[in-house]
Design a protein around this ligand. Structure first.
Ligand code: HSE
Length: 297
């Protein structure tokens, strides 16, 4: 059967989770939706901000790359977006655009690619797998590149926590955020992160949420990136003093992510009052883990 129209929903993601730099990613219940249609000719791109309305659009470039990869030539393409994931905030907006383009293109071409091939292609376009993996599979995913292949493992997170995203008004690109990282790190800092990420994964899977407060002490990226974000270190300290279970820089930032007990109703009110005292505006979103990953609606 030839499909002419398809709608794809992709979740936001939070990568790194502190010590799991370039390794861990988790899907959240905040979504971008994209509708793809094969049209008689040309291209139509709608629903994006004006600056993303041309052929440099990441969804468009990803669908074109997918068609090239699978050898399909559509008559024309229409892409319509309904987006909720903020751009350049460390919440996986780029991964959502890439995955939507790859999956939308695959559907229109009659589904020649399987899920694993979709994962490999989307990772090739993004350049790293830690947002693509959870956005595609849902939940918490460990991913890495090994000999040109992307390896991943999805793990179950115990129930009982929720995520509070502190989203700044300003943006920070992954490129800028990577430029401040050092080329060498100390041995003891590597050991710190190995300790913490092992503790983090075990605590999330077996529900020892009391241990999370010891697990989020990253020394490989947050100390450097934090300097790019006004009030970063103060906000982290404030969240630790309040009853957050853990707090970390989401992906390349600037969003700061707090993990709290699912029954905690006070934290959001208190952190909101604190953020209002700062010079830069911050928005707050309460989120839960998405377990479905990308869905064709
Ligand atoms: N792991 C990457 C980084 C995520 O922290 O740079 C970027 O989306």
């Amino acid at each position: 059967m030839v499909i002419f129209m398809v709608k794809v929903r992709v979740p936001a993601t939070t990568a790194n989770l502190g010590p799991g730099f370039d390794t861990l990613g988790l899907a959240l219940n905040l979504y971008n939706e994209f509708t793809f249609e094969e049209i008689p000719e040309g291209y139509k791109i709608s629903g994006f901000k004006k600056e993303y309305g041309s052929t440099n659009n990441l969804v468009y470039r990803s669908i074109k790359e997918t068609f090239r990869e699978i050898g399909y030539t559509p008559t024309g393409i229409s892409i319509d977006a309904n987006t909720n994931i903020p751009i350049s905030r460390g919440l996986g907006s780029s991964a959502s655009c890439i995955l939507a383009g790859v999956i939308g293109g695959n559907e229109l071409a009659g589904r020649p690619l399987g899920k694993d091939e979709i994962f490999q292609l989307a990772t090739k376009i993004e350049g790293h797998p830690d947002n693509i993996a959870p956005a595609l599979f849902g939940g918490l995913v460990i991913s890495l590149m090994e000999e040109e292949k992307v390896i991943y493992n999805r793990i179950e997170v115990a129930k009982g926590i929720k995520f509070i995203a502190l989203i700044s008004d300003f943006t920070l690109s992954t490129k800028e955020s990577r430029e401040v990282l050092p080329s060498m790190v100390e041995y003891k800092d590597c050991i710190n992160n190995i300790n913490k990420v092992a503790l983090l994964i075990s605590a999330l899977t077996n529900g020892r949420f009391d241990l999370l407060r010891y697990a989020f002490k990253d020394r490989l990226h947050e100390p450097y990136r934090g300097k790019l974000i006004p009030d970063f270190f103060n906000i982290i300290e404030k969240c630790k003093k309040m009853d957050s279970l853990g707090v970390y820089l989401s992906g390349a930032g600037p969003t700061i992510m707090c993990i709290i007990d699912e029954d905690n109703e006070e934290f959001t009110k208190e952190i909101k009052a604190y953020l209002h005292t700062l010079d830069q505006p911050w928005n707050i979103r309460e989120l839960n883990i998405d377990l479905e990953g990308t869905k064709i609606l």
